[in-house]
Write a protein that binds this ligand. Structure first.
Ligand SMILES: Cc1cc2nc3c(=O)[nH]c(=O)nc-3n(C[C@H](O)[C@H](O)[C@H](O)COP(=O)(O)OP(=O)(O)OC[C@H]3O[C@@H](n4cnc5c(N)ncnc54)[C@H](O)[C@@H]3O)c2cc1C
Length: 498
């Protein structure tokens, strides 16, 4: 795929920051897409890229893209590689551009609460940099330790406090992008503007298909004076959904909203501490760890058995602000929950969740070690379709997998549903087929129910077959923009189906 002369040129430009060493190529052959994790589990081959580069400056990124465009060589932008949809997988070979060495803070404007940060900055380090200065971005994805600012912007990421601070797209004030031609494009910093369409938002969520985002200016907040938590239990998930809708539509803004369905309450929330805050081993957690394969081999029977266990649903709320603000917001929210027969559980479940908030995503490894597989499906929809979206996706998946869900990232007009499914299979090929069938069924159900196929993980390669149905006429426009900016089609070919 890549001419030897180009490799030589890149090595002379970047020195040891350019490599075709087999260990590097293997390391950059994948991101965290579970489809590929199944392949690794089964010892199957994943095609590597031909070359990896680690630029430090915009100029270096620009030269790499110019040379790749001249030679027609595919480029895969790579941040933390924590994406779960195959967006950073160099399926067509070519050059992986790892951006983690681009990690300068270019500007901090405390008066306007703005920061300009380069794309490769690690998420957790970036938030720590801000917190040392009394500031926060308010963006806390579970992958904060292993993702980059550029990756967040490229995928429209959401953090756990997004209900107050917004998703990453709400935080982007300006952007700098190296286009596939090597030209550097940037937008001006402005709080809002009416001078034509918003070009920041063209590149936010573009998943590396339109260029490489090299830096972004983000909106900041002063750290809140206080943060309080509350757990509330409901007799079923629908009473919880109604409560969240009313809270959001009454103009109350919790920083976090997480409603676990019955099974998720049993599995995850049972870990959040009982009355005294002590940890309990959930029945299903033990079941899944010890007899995972059996439970996952017969998902319908497993679900039937679990239905016998009396269900309840835990809602966790968090509020940030001054003491007076949070007191008012908490009081109003508890009133609303009470109207829906919600029972106050005090602050402990919320505090326990906050303490362990990054842990749950990493509980997936034992499932893979046990020979099974697990993945998450995060969709969104207006309140009027949320109950149907929840029911239909569960129905579509239950035949093949054990599925549970929580509702989070709430807005006055709707929310996101985050499903986790786990399944098992025979041979590697059978597992891959089952994995693909589950996704096909879930995405069909989502689109038919009127939901969006992704709230924050993006499209990547995984959801590429479904994105045209969601975007409708806009997909044709996106294709034309892609042709104009990237006539040789070098940027992340295949991602988003482009
Ligand atoms: C354990 C775990 C927990 C997670 N939790 C969350 C969560 O809470 N919220 C959430 O939103 N997501 C979550 N994710 C998904 C993932 O972390 C996010 O999608 C994240 O934004 C990806 O960032 P990254 O730097 O790892 O990007 P990568 O995985 O490297 O890349 C993602 C996509 O963006 C492109 N890209 C990366 N950098 C650039 C750039 N500078 N310019 C142009 N394109 C670029 C890549 O080509 C690829 O298409 C989680 C993933 C894991 C594994």
């Amino acid at each position: 795929m890549i001419p030897e002369s180009l490799k030589r040129e890149l090595k002379s430009l970047l020195g040891d920051r350019a490599s075709d060493h087999p260990a590097h190529l293997k390391a950059y052959s994948r991101d965290m897409w579970p489809f590929l994790l199944i392949k690794i589990q089964e010892g199957m081959n994943i095609p590597p890229p031909d070359f990896v580069v680690w630029p430090r400056t915009v100029e270096e990124v620009s030269v790499v893209l110019q040379k790749a465009a001249d030679a027609g060589v595919p480029i895969t932008p790579y941040g933390g590689g924590s994406g779960v949809c195959g967006g950073a997988v160099p399926e067509k070979g070519g050059i992986v551009v790892d951006l983690k060495l681009m990690r300068n803070i270019r500007m901090l404007d405390r008066e306007s609460l703005l920061v300009e940060v380069e794309c490769g900055y690690n998420g957790e380090r970036f938030e720590r940099y801000l917190q040392h200065r009394g500031l926060t971005l308010g963006h806390f994805p579970s992958s904060i330790y292993c993702s980059t600012v550029g990756g967040w912007v490229a995928t429209r990421s959401a953090g756990q406090l997004s209900t107050l601070y917004g998703k990453i797209e709400d935080m982007v004030e300006a952007i700098e992008v190296v286009l596939p031609s090597g030209e550097v494009f940037s937008t001006r910093k402005k709080p809002r503007s009416a001078s034509g369409p918003d070009f920041n938002q063209l590149f936010v969520g573009s998943e590396g298909v339109l260029g490489i985002i090299t830096s972004t200016t983000l909106r900041l907040h002063n750290q809140p004076e206080t943060r309080v938590f509350r757990g509330i239990k409901f007799k079923d998930v629908y009473a919880g959904i109604e409560s969240i809708r009313e809270i959001m539509q009454r103009g109350i803004k919790p920083s976090a909203v997480r409603l676990y369905d019955e099974l998720d309450t049993l599995l995850v929330a049972s870990d959040l501490g009982g009355e005294k805050g002590e940890k309990k081993e959930g029945f299903l957690k033990t079941l899944m760890m010890r007899a995972q394969r059996l439970a996952l081999s017969y998902p319908s029977i497993t679900r039937g058995l679990l239905n016998i266990v009396p269900g309840e649903c835990l809602l966790i709320l968090a509020f940030d602000g001054t003491s007076r603000e949070v007191e008012w917001a908490l009081g109003e929210s508890l009133e609303i929950c009470k109207e829906h027969e919600g029972v106050d559980q005090g602050e402990k479940p919320g505090i326990a969740w906050w303490k362990d908030r990054y842990k749950v995503s990493y509980n997936m490894s034992p499932v893979f070690y046990g020979g099974s597989f697990v993945d998450t499906i995060e969709v969104a929809g207006p309140w009027s379709v949320i109950p149907k979206l929840y029911d239909e996706i569960r129905k579509a998946v239950t035949r093949q997998a054990v599925i549970l869900a929580h509702f989070s990232h709430a807005y006055p007009d709707g929310c996101s549903i985050y499903f986790t499914f786990a399944a098992t299979g025979g041979s590697g090929e059978e597992k891959l087929k089952k994995y693909t069938d589950i996704w096909q069924a879930a995405m069909e159900a989502c689109l038919s129910a009127g939901g969006s196929i992704s709230h924050h993980h993006g499209v990547g390669r995984l959801k590429a077959p479904f994105v045209e149905r969601e975007l409708g006429g806009a997909y044709g426009i996106l294709r034309e923009i892609k042709k104009t900016l990237d006539p040789r089609g070098i940027m992340n070919p295949g991602v988003m189906g482009l």
